[in-house]
Design a protein around this ligand. Sequence first.
Ligand SMILES: [Zn+2]
Ligand SMILES: [Zn+2]
Length: 135
Amino acid sequence: MVREITGGCCCGSVAFKLEDNFKKFFFCHCEQCRKLTGSAHASNLFTAPNNIQWLKGAEKTKRYEHPSRSFAKVFCTDCGSPLPFVSKSGKFLIVPAGSLNAEPSKVVDAQIFCAEQTQWHKAGIEAGKLPGFPV
Ligand SMILES: [Zn+2]
Ligand SMILES: [Zn+2]
């Protein structure tokens, strides 16, 4: 039996579960993914479109579609956390890895759109590592 992983948003309004059965895992450094996540890159897992069961709060989700390109995003209307969504093509469920409550067994396949990677990210991954807030 395939292991299940739960996930959800930061405020707890939305929760879901899915099977730990991912086909691909990419970090995407493109400008749109930076805007959509507010971070250095998106960390997206790809699985079958029907591999999700919403446990609560599905009515608290909203979908954004870019008007001309294939970008989309689903997020919690209370806290704004990104949540899984079916791609515009209908071929994949795209799962933001940070929305999961446990580590997926899939390892990252590749970092993509590295031509758009920011200098601050390149410098940041070399920065010192602290276990918590600086003291
Ligand atoms: Zn929320
Ligand atoms: Zn991207």
